[in-house]
Design a protein. Structure first.
Length: 490
């Protein structure tokens, strides 16, 4: 592993101060394009979480009692500062998790716009009066939960942090954030930029560290009223159990195994572009909404697979910072090993490899700086058995499985035969067919003749094991507000 440059040291942000972990330990952050340790972050744990919750609780009174319009002003000024630094910020994310520039850059720019959207929503928070009794005045209020916990995954750390934190703050909560242990740096930098705005100390606190220590301590902390978690379904289950002792409100954005469904009448060139982009260039498949199951109508199966192969083999793998790169590495060594294990298990289970399957040193010459990186080439398996692990489990890498279907009904059965229900793509020129699919597919987002489009003004959430609650959309602040009903007898 190259050691010529000293790693950058980052610090937690607690009560407005930068600090190391109380235990003095650090976690290495590795650039997955080279395998080099480029940064170190504090390995915080329950003691740091406790301190952060204390600061968030102390800051709550003044933050929640600020008029919503003032909270909105503070959020807008933070967005303006972040915009000045957005190039630094997306580059940090790309260095930490390998997300290529053409994804990381617009994701950060969009998340800054989302802060402004949430600032606008703050000014729309309102309850309602209800005409129930001639002798009483009755109305409802919307109130923030209090101190809330945000737990962020590594595939789009900064964008997810900005989206969650701005909604929680707009609603009047104060927050403790646990970034992903392998990609915390951009969140720490963005948090430091709070000091340049009108946010009081303690309104936002960042504790870095491992999920099983810092993350679980946040979920279990009695002073935390709500937890919003984005990550795997397995961790979502653990968080649900851990939060049950205190009956915490949960918002869970979890995993997916989303189908892209291609009918024979589709515009096949456009469908092949969209389907390939939906899995391979979607952060090398490390997107919750990656279209990892490709269902293709039988008459066009071979033709469509050929089109996917042409697109996959033309993709440029390389540095995430290079604008010419289509696909970067997977984010860290453990993920690299996990994806390679799926490559082996899919073949062992009898799925047929159509293209791809090579990784690591097979893809770059030994003298390349990427020879030690965690690259996996776009890979496609074919099977008719939806029971295989490659069809059922979220791989979170540039690996797709294609399956043929014989009828509309068969396509729906295959698509819905999954524990997940995050998203689905439908490719057809038959509008009535598209509408029938939209109604019958079990997924929180459906795309027709496009894929992987998201916007802060449209609700996003998972069905089934893909999550509970939503983010985005005009009612998104409701996730961060409780009801209080009032009766006043005259
Ligand atoms: P992960 O579940 O391993 O970790 C996510 C976060 O949870 C990290 O910060 C981690 O430290 C923390 N964590 C781990 N164990 C914990 C515990 N016991 N208690 C509290 N916190 C804990 O997920 P990941 O590997 O970082 O991210 C990939 C997953 O995220 C994929 O499954 C992907 O589909 C999902 N994801 C979902 C969405 C969505 O909106 N539905 C978006 C992005 C990613």
């Amino acid at each position: 592993m190259p050691t010529d440059r000293q790693p950058e040291m980052f610090r937690q942000f607690i009560g407005g101060e930068l600090c190391a972990a109380q235990n003095g330990r650090w976690i290495d952050s590795i650039d997955p394009a080279t395998g080099r340790v480029w940064a170190r972050i504090p390995d915080g744990n329950a003691a740091d979480i406790d301190a952060a919750v204390g600061h968030a609780a102390a800051a709550l009174g003044s933050w929640r009692s600020r008029p919503a319009a003032e909270r909105a002003v503070a959020l807008r000024s933070w967005a303006a500062v972040l915009r000045e630094y957005q190039t630094d910020l997306w580059r940090i994310d790309a260095t930490d998790n390998g997300r290529p520039r053409r994804e990381a850059e617009p994701a950060v720019a969009g998340a800054i716009q989302q802060i402004e959207y949430h600032a606008g929503l703050a000014e729309t928070i309102c309850g309602s009066t209800v005409d129930i009794s001639s002798s009483a005045t009755t109305y409802s209020l919307r109130e923030p939960y209090g101190v809330v916990g945000l737990i962020i995954p590594w595939n789009a750390p900064l964008a997810m942090f900005l989206a969650k934190v701005s909604a929680a703050l707009a609603a009047g909560n104060t927050v403790v954030v646990k970034p992903p242990e392998r990609a915390s740096a951009s969140i720490l930098v963005a948090a430091q930029l709070f000091t340049k705005t009108g946010f009081p100390a303690g309104v936002v606190n960042i504790v870095t560290g491992e999920g099983r220590t810092a993350g679980e301590a946040l979920v279990r902390h009695p002073g935390v009223r709500k937890v919003s978690f984005t990550g795997s379904t397995a961790t979502g289950r653990r968080i649900t159990e851990a939060s049950s002792a205190n009956i915490k409100s949960l918002n869970l954005e979890l995993g997916g195994k989303s189908p892209s469904i291609v009918f024979a009448d589709a515009d096949l060139e456009s469908a092949a572009d969209g389907v390939a982009a939906g899995i391979f260039t979607a952060s090398a498949g490390q997107a919750c909404i990656a279209g990892s199951r490709i269902l293709i109508e039988e008459p066009i199966f071979d033709e469509f697979v050929d089109k996917l192969k042409a697109r996959a083999t033309a993709m440029v793998l390389g540095s995430p910072l290079d604008p010419a790169t289509d696909m970067g590495p997977v984010a860290f060594e453990g993920q690299f090993d996990k994806v390679k294990e799926y490559l082996d298990s899919a073949a062992a289970e009898g799925a047929r490899l159509i293209f791809g399957g090579r990784s690591g040193g097979d893809l770059f010459p030994p003298e390349s700086e990427h020879a030690g990186g965690y690259f996996i080439e776009p890979t496609l398996f074919v099977t008719e058995d939806n029971g295989l692990r490659v069809c059922r489990e979220e791989i979170f890498g540039p690996v797709a499985v294609a399956m043929p279907f014989g009828s509309e009904r068969h396509a729906i059965e295959l698509a819905n035969d999954s524990e997940y229900g995050l998203a689905a793509g439908v490719w057809t020129q038959n509008l009535p067919l598209a509408h029938r699919m939209i109604r019958r597919l079990e997924a929180g987002t459906i795309w027709v003749n496009t894929y992987r489009r998201l916007h802060w003004a449209l609700p996003f959430g998972g069905q089934k094991a893909s999550g509970i609650g939503t983010s985005n959309g005009p009612t998104t602040l409701n996730e961060w507000l409780e009801h209080k009903s009032v009766w006043i007898e005259q």
